[in-house]
Design a protein around this ligand. Structure first.
Ligand code: TMP
Ligand code: ASP
Length: 239
């Protein structure tokens, strides 16, 4: 596979065309932002840890029967993915109250949410990623009623698989964000699942091991990401 020109560069990843029109290359970079890009930084090896964590979790989901855009890794930080038409909805699954949920509603940080709460945000930096409901998503033409139902079911299945998998790694999963895409009439899980897009808390200490370390200046981001990688992809430390 040959990497061609850049298609799109986001806040933490760059997507390239390839000589196969059905495939793209997604490169995980060391840059990171928070608060709609207002806070910016670089963290050496962040792209590497996130890429390895995402590859492992997307492969796990594929093994469990969830269709994802993941194809393979072609370098430490570059993932080959299926080209999809991204649905502009950030699907957030919440198992424990944290972050914006606690800021906006009378939940207490750490409060268990059972059954999990699913939230849809409109993926638009210009509009500040506002929360939407099915009616708004349909009226904006972001997805059909049927697609929203499928996305909801997929997000909850993904949540169960991830919770099961992380439990024996002493990681709590308070919440995470997913994105889906369309390909040949089917819905695929797209984007990444990593320390940038999940909250991971150490089960014993409750310590944040994710982008909250950067958002709220809680310590050393790279050590936190390395610790999650150590638990989810221990094999990369054996090389
Ligand atoms: P929130 O509590 O700030 O709304 O975040 C909920 C989850 O979504 C959390 O796991 C982090 C993730 N997230 C993203 O992946 N991208 C974003 O732009 C934001 C705001 C949150
Ligand atoms: N990814 C978003 C940004 O940079 C927000 C966040 O993750 O907190 O702006």
């Amino acid at each position: 596979m040959i990497k061609l020109s850049e298609l799109y560069s986001g806040k933490a990843k760059t997507v390239y065309r390839t000589d196969d029109p059905e495939k793209l290359i997604m490169k995980f970079r060391d840059s990171l932002t928070a608060f709609d890009g207002k806070k910016k930084s670089e963290a050496p090896k962040k792209g590497y840890y996130n890429a390895q964590i995402a590859a492992k979790l997307l492969s796990l989901l594929e093994e469990k029967g969830i269709k994802t855009h993941f194809d393979s890794m072609i370098s430490d930080t570059e993932m080959v993915v299926d080209a999809v038409d991204i649905i502009k909805i950030e699907v957030i699954v919440r198992n424990i109250a944290a972050g914006s949920l606690v800021k906006k509603y009378p939940f207490k940080t750490g409060q268990k949410l059972d059954p999990p709460i699913l939230v849809f945000d409109y993926k638009s930096d210009e509009h500040g990623d506002p929360m939407i409901n099915d009616d708004i998503a349909i009226a904006l033409g972001l997805a059909t009623k049927d697609e929203l139902l499928k996305i909801r079911k997929l997000a909850l299945s993904i949540n169960s698989i991830l919770l099961d998998h992380l439990a024996d790694k002493n990681l709590l999963l308070p919440d995470f964000k997913l994105e889906f895409g369309r390909r040949k009439g089917k819905i695929l899980l797209a984007d990444e699942i990593s320390c940038d897009t999940c909250r991971f808390w150490d089960k014993k200490t409750g310590e944040s091991l994710d982008k909250d370390v950067f958002r709220f200046d809680k310590g050393d981001l790279v050590s936190a990401y390395r610790e999650v990688a150590r638990r989810i992809v221990p094999e990369i430390f054996e090389k």
